[in-house]
Design a protein around this ligand. Structure first.
Ligand SMILES: CC(C)(COP(=O)(O)OP(=O)(O)OC[C@H]1O[C@@H](n2cnc3c(N)ncnc32)[C@H](O)[C@@H]1OP(=O)(O)O)[C@@H](O)C(=O)NCCC(=O)NCCS
Length: 174
């Protein structure tokens, strides 16, 4: 059964495999940690950084909460919540990020992660969350719409990984 849990060192092997799958397949619209940087001490080395990020104490980084999606002992994906939207997030990565490791695509995990993530967002007493989705990412737009996403608009933006592209901006009311 899929669940969203706080980052947990016992899933490090699966987390590294998940990152590797994204980098090997060059998925431009979602880049997790570069697996080259994940060594035996990575979890401990980054724990303080993630904890500061949740408190909004990292300069230049939005306040952000990271959850890992696991199914029993298998690492499946991630859910990220940025509860405080600002202009940069509105035009950039929005309030929510979610992903499934490439080898587990098409099994219903993506929709389940977003559904469970929205329940977490409710616990933050948010009225709505913003998802920004590359116009070519039809699967994510489909999942977002299944979870109640209402298209606000489409904007053209440029990012390092995706170049100049059109982004759909969806609100999901909680
Ligand atoms: C987007 C992502 C999370 C989807 O995960 P997933 O586990 O494969 O998705 P699911 O299996 O839950 O759902 C796929 C849905 O899309 C549908 N789908 C699959 N391929 C599709 C396609 N080419 N076109 C349209 N719909 C498609 C499936 O039929 C299913 O819908 P249904 O329940 O109505 O049948 C995954 O592809 C991913 O991690 N992508 C990279 C990260 C990313 O894009 N995150 C979102 C950023 S906004």
């Amino acid at each position: 059964m899929l669940e969203l849990i706080p980052r947990n060192p016992s899933y490090m092997k699966g987390y590294k495999e998940y990152c590797q799958e994204f980098w090997d397949n060059n998925i431009t619209w979602f880049k997790p940690t570069n697996p080259i940087n994940i060594d035996a001490n990575w979890f401990e080395r980054t724990a303080d950084w993630y904890s500061k990020k949740e408190k909004g104490l990292i300069q230049g980084c939005a306040k952000s909460f990271h959850y890992w999606a696991v199914d029993d002992d298998k690492f499946i994906g991630e859910f990220q919540l940025r509860p405080e939207l600002d202009d940069e997030l509105m035009m950039g990565i929005g309030s929510v990020g979610y992903s499934v490791r490439v080898s587990e695509w098409g099994k219903g995990y993506g929709k389940e992660i977003l559904k469970q993530g929205l329940e977490i967002a409710k616990e933050f007493h948010l009225e709505r969350v913003l998802l920004t989705i590359n116009d070519d990412n039809v699967v994510s737009s489909h999942i977002c719409e299944m979870c109640g996403g209402r298209l606000m608009d489409k904007v053209t933006v440029e990012t390092e990984d995706e170049g100049v592209h059109v982004k759909r901006r969806y609100w999901i009311y909680l």
